[in-house]
Design a protein around this ligand. Structure first.
Ligand code: SF4
Length: 445
């Protein structure tokens, strides 16, 4: 097996049309990052990882001997250095034994790969609102953390999922296990947040913050009822309360299941602008295996039909299904080769984009507390992730579609989306022959 440095060099040569920064970023997202003790000491003055929904770590908290779960930054920015990086933002996924390490050399924070310096590291500033607590004593970091370098307020209002156990939970997901380990660690981690405490947290943020541009309301699926409400009744309370208090202040998004058209309309009516009915994986066989609960309650064909129905409610560019890039290649059920996996997901991308719907992806983190993570510690091959960036970008350009709205300014050096590189590889300012959505170009990021 070639060294990681050699693998990166080979992929840089094979994909000269992709930014090299994105290749490193994908590798860090699938592998995780280690931190030296002095880099952790410096991190104490910067914005900490808030565990906004899943663990997104390569080891469980019980194996973090340096208590990294309380000490690492939410994200790092890479820039300059020997590789002359244009700025790229990377979500921090803890892995103490990763070949990627943040270290302090000659008084500078640097990212090293297999001991060799790659780029300079910048930590995110500690926001004023992270020092504040709600009247209940809960910290803002629990109720309304921000990610994407401060661009996105991430409101996980239900930190559990009613798909429960191996027969129902999505196999790549550790939401329920993560909730348990966070509570055990002593972190303030509210299982079900109330609309009132969400609005109170946003009032604190609104006093001092000028970076956030969007919010996402999300959480686990509600298959029966939660507090006497079904999924749409439960989740629509939050944008409704936010828009009543702060009309139009942020781009509003929800991530929930693919719901029937009349229920989707309810979100639109309360002021939601962007809908994420995540489809996770395109291949029908893998969808059934990896998303057993969704298959049983809704089914793949119906899921896809509802995504297209939602395009009629929000407009196709405002329906953005996520998929978990890499699970297509997980053992024992995934594709054997990179080519097969790219062909399958590429088919899904082509299908949706031919309808004007632009999926986006999260780079799979094989979390050890998830079913797939247990058998796939190494994640998917780096070449798959890099190849997918090209397929996604080329399909976007083939259909002349703009970069998805709600993620800030696209393109290498400007993008802030931190859990995959799709926004880093967008060319032409994301226009691609069509105008992008209002309010995105020219914002602070
Ligand atoms: S629906 Fe699946 S991915 Fe979403 S929270 Fe539940 S188990 Fe996780």
């Amino acid at each position: 097996m070639d060294s990681r440095v050699e693998q990166i060099e080979q992929l840089k040569a094979k994909y000269p049309d992709l930014p090299a920064e994105a290749i490193y970023k994908e590798d860090m997202l699938r592998t995780g990052i280690g931190f030296s003790e002095d880099s952790l000491l410096i991190a104490s003055g910067f914005k900490p990882k808030a565990y906004f929904i899943f663990s997104f770590d390569l080891v469980p908290i019980s194996e973090m001997s340096a208590r990294e779960n309380f000490r690492v930054p939410e994200e790092i920015a890479l820039e300059g250095g020997k590789e002359a990086f244009r700025r790229v933002i990377v979500s921090v996924r803890v892995n103490p034994s990763s070949p990627y390490r943040v270290e302090v050399r000659d008084g500078r924070l640097v990212l090293c790969l297999e001991g060799e310096e790659v780029a300079d590291v910048v930590y995110p500033e500690y926001p004023e609102y992270y020092r504040r607590k709600l009247s209940s004593g809960k910290p803002v970091t629990d109720i309304a953390p921000t990610i994407e370098w401060g661009y996105l307020l991430y409101l996980t209002v239900f930190r559990l999922c009613q798909y429960f156990g191996r027969q129902e939970e999505c196999q790549f997901c550790d939401i329920n296990e993560n909730y348990r380990q966070q509570k055990k660690s002593g972190r303030s981690y509210t299982g079900v947040k109330s609309p009132e405490e969400i609005v109170e947290a946003l009032e604190i943020i609104a006093e001092t913050d000028s970076d956030s541009r969007a919010y996402t309301v999300t959480g686990g699926s509600v298959t029966s009822e939660l507090q006497g409400k079904n999924e749409v009744e439960f989740y629509s309370q939050y944008p409704e309360a936010i828009e009543r208090r702060f009309p139009g202040r942020w781009i509003s998004k929800v991530v929930v299941q693919a719901l029937p058209r009349e229920q989707v309309q309810r979100f639109k009516d309360v002021g939601v602008q962007i809908y994420h009915p995540n489809y996770e994986v395109w291949d029908p066989r893998l969808f059934e295996i990896f998303c057993a609960g969704k298959t049983r309650y809704i089914g793949r064909s119906e899921w896809i039909r509802r995504i297209l129905d939602a395009a009629g409610v929000f407009g196709p560019e405002h329906v953005i299904p996520n998929f978990v890039a890499g699970i297509e290649m997980s053992r024992p059920n995934g594709f054997e080769t990179v080519e097969q996996a790219l062909a399958s997901t590429g088919e899904g991308l082509d299908f949706f984009m031919s309808h004007g719907v632009v999926p986006r992806f999260t780079t799979w983190c094989p979390e050890p507390l998830s079913v797939l993570g247990k058998d796939n510690a190494g994640g998917a091959p780096l070449e798959y992730h890099v190849g997918l960036l090209r397929v996604w970008r080329d399909t976007l350009e083939k259909y002349g579609l703009p970069a998805p709205p709600g993620y800030g300014v696209p393109g290498i050096g400007q993008a802030v989306f931190s859990v995959s590189s799709f926004m880093d590889v967008v060319r032409n300012g994301g226009q691609n022959g069509k105008s992008s959505s209002k309010g995105e170009q020219g914002t602070k990021h």
